[in-house]
Design a protein. Structure first.
Lengths: 119, 546
């Protein structure tokens, strides 16, 4: 009826409907893109804000770990700088093994073997 | 008139007002489309820049020395402010600036003025919540130094626009500065931002790792601060270098000044620390035998008629080693007479004096070694004991590092960028260097430098004392001195070369009294820090302490 009155054939009606659908789709897409743009912008702001907070906390941490701050806290606890002659070096594992007798070496291996047999 | 014609006329009359509208529409949409679209885009679409943070500066272990953190700056838009006093009263508690100051800045502003920079996120939120008309917030990046003034002479300063003005912040400007990110955005009717796309991703620079060791830097600054705050001296510098590869571990100066690094930018007369130049050349070319003696003239030597060289203690005959142990000016003057100006000059240049070291810091001085033609007999003698020459503390440090490491002069290194250290040249043969090391160890053990000793450890070094030029008279002062000590430890496998220069010490002005104890105290802290075992465990002083 409408096609006939408007002078559109069946193909023309389909094209008209298709064009209408395309316009609607483009409008919908534009609205969605704008909505997404708002959301991205809000997320970007929030990310920047959180990044700022993380940086501020990192800065605070670094400040607290600075040698001057640590020295002040250590001196409050009664600590003093170590003198090199106050240091005692422990022998490393090879040195300790060489210093130990054969029986001690054998005994030191026992717990490890027991653990292996249980496993 | 038939009905059809009448209807056509009526329709035409009814549609007539639509015609200009149609024409106008065609004009706007077709003819002026391009221009109007550009104008609309200009009003609603913008390119926003998101500043890239400046790269972090890290110490050799990755600990932060300088960082850029996002902050907020608050500003006033003057036309929006009706009552400056009320505006200031409302804003003052939120940003921690006196109301009178805000009101004054607002009144003085032409259109716009910054009220405070460096606001935290919490402060910015408080300003937003207060909804003060005329106050605005702008994001900014602030350069912060979590260790306070630590190493600031090396790190330098960044200006208000975020550009380096001094120190490494200046020399590494290109490397530290990133490229801002550019975003296409739109603004809606309410002024809200709508993200559109990324135009340019920009570039966030990689952190830069330095050779500085935060702990060593702290110990060096602390050693100076203790004396400086008590007024024991006017100013001073300490530098610590790893002689194995030329890496700079610490550069400290008192009073601290981020705009100036006296270790690199200032030259001084190094005094007796320069005696090693003559001694090295004399040994290298076999001009002096180890057991050969030179007369100390009992403390007074008239080198040419009317020019007398004196020693602080009258000495008799001395070997080369004893000349350095007693720091005899007369003795070294006699040695340099034999060495000659040409050889002396050549060795001074070999050790890096009179040329820039190439360290990555701005404003480096090359110092000055007088050319052979200008070295008269008196000039050569005074040069041999460190007058008549100018050297930067870094040059002196480098020369002693070369002696410590077996003879390689390194280019001082401040950036830990994976590149191999640069060996400038070998300064002397292995045998000469070994002999020089033994002599300098003797200086620290038996000579003027006993105050530099550390129980249980082998230390080598040399003191220096030099009169300063009085800036008013341009002559040598009789009251102002430079006292210095430069040495390395532990001698068995040197880990550190340390230079201490104290300007205008109060009380005793000798390097042995003013600078050597600072070297010793710092050396102990370094040895304890790294847990280096004693290389002289039979040392009587160590046994007594235990």
């Amino acid at each position: 009826m409408i096609d006939a009155r408007m002078g559109l054939g069946p193909g023309g009606a389909i094209r008209f409907a298709g064009a209408g659908a395309l316009v609607l789709f483009l409008c919908w897409q534009h609205v969605q893109a704008t909505r997404l743009g708002y959301r991205v912008e809000a997320a970007r702001r929030e990310a920047a804000e959180r990044r700022g907070r993380v940086e501020a906390m990192r800065f605070e941490l670094e400040k607290r770990l600075s040698p001057a701050e640590v020295a002040v806290r250590a001196s409050r606890l009664g600590m003093v700088p170590a003198s090199p002659d106050a240091l005692r070096r422990l022998p490393d594992d090879d040195e300790a093994a060489r210093a130990a007798g054969p029986l001690q070496r054998l005994l030191s291996r026992l717990p490890a073997r027991a653990a292996l047999s249980r496993g | 008139m038939d009905l059809g014609l009448r209807l056509t006329c009526a329709a035409s009359a009814a549609l007539l007002p639509v015609l200009p509208l149609g024409l106008r529409l065609a004009d706007l949409q077709v003819l002026r489309h391009g221009a109007l679209e550009t104008r609309a885009q200009g009003e609603f679409e913008r390119v926003a820049e998101e500043a890239a943070p400046r790269a972090d500066l890290l110490d050799r272990d990755g600990r932060v020395l300088a960082r850029s953190v996002p902050t907020w700056s608050v500003f006033v838009d003057k036309p929006m402010v009706k009552d400056p006093a009320a505006f200031a009263a409302k804003l003052a508690p939120k940003i921690g600036v006196p109301a009178a100051e805000i009101a004054a800045k607002t009144r003085d502003a032409v259109r716009f003025a910054w009220l405070k920079t460096g606001l935290s996120e919490e402060q910015a939120e408080a300003v937003r919540a207060a909804r003060v008309e005329g106050a605005g917030l702008a994001p900014a990046l602030e350069r912060v130094y979590p260790n306070g003034e630590l190493g600031r002479g090396v790190l330098g300063v960044v200006g208000e626009e975020g550009r380096g003005l001094a120190g490494l912040e200046l020399t590494l400007e290109k490397r530290l500065r990133g490229q801002p990110r550019r975003l296409e955005i739109m603004r809606d009717g309410a002024g809200r931002t709508i993200y559109k796309s990324v135009e340019d991703d920009g570039m966030t620079p990689e952190p830069v790792r330095l050779t500085l060791d935060r702990s060593v830097q702290y110990l060096a600054e602390e050693a100076l601060r203790q004396g400086g705050e008590k007024g024991a001296f006017k100013s001073g510098v300490i530098a610590v270098q790893d002689p194995r590869d030329g890496e700079i571990l610490a550069m400290a100066s008192w009073p601290p000044n981020p705009l100036n690094n006296p270790l690199v930018q200032d030259a001084y007369e190094p005094g007796s620390t320069f005696k090693v130049v003559t001694a090295l050349e004399a040994i290298e070319d076999g001009l002096v035998k180890p057991d050969e003696t030179f007369s100390g003239e009992h403390g007074r030597y008239e080198i040419v008629p009317g020019v007398v060289i004196t020693d602080h203690e009258p000495e008799g005959d001395m070997t080369l080693a004893q000349i350095l142990e007693h720091s005899s000016n007369i003795g070294i003057s006699k040695v340099v007479e034999r060495v000659g100006a040409a050889r002396f000059y050549r060795m001074a240049r070999q050790l890096g004096f009179g040329a820039k070291t190439g360290v990555e810091l701005p404003g480096e001085t090359s110092g000055e070694v007088k050319p052979v033609a200008e070295l008269t007999k008196v000039g050569l003698a005074s040069s041999s004991y460190g007058y008549n020459v100018q050297a930067s503390p870094l040059q002196v440090l480098g020369a002693y590092s070369a002696i410590a490491n077996g003879g390689t002069l390194w280019q001082p290194k401040l950036l830990l960028d994976g590149r191999a250290p640069v060996a400038v040249r070998r300064v002397a043969s292995d045998a000469t260097i070994r002999q020089m090391q033994t002599i300098l160890e003797g200086v620290a053990k038996y000579g003027t430098t006993a105050n530099a000793g550390i129980p249980g450890y082998r230390v080598a070094g040399k003191t220096g004392t030099a009169r300063r030029i009085d800036p008013k008279t341009h002559k040598y002062s009789t009251t102002a001195y430079n006292a210095s000590f430069v040495g390395f430890l532990p001698v068995s496998a040197p880990r550190w070369t340390v230079l201490v220069v104290i300007n205008e010490p109060h009380g005793s002005y000798y390097g042995a009294m003013a600078a050597a104890p600072i070297f010793s105290a710092l050396g102990r802290r370094l040895l304890a820090l790294q847990g280096i075992p004693p290389d002289a465990p039979e040392d009587a002083a160590l046994t007594a302490r235990r």
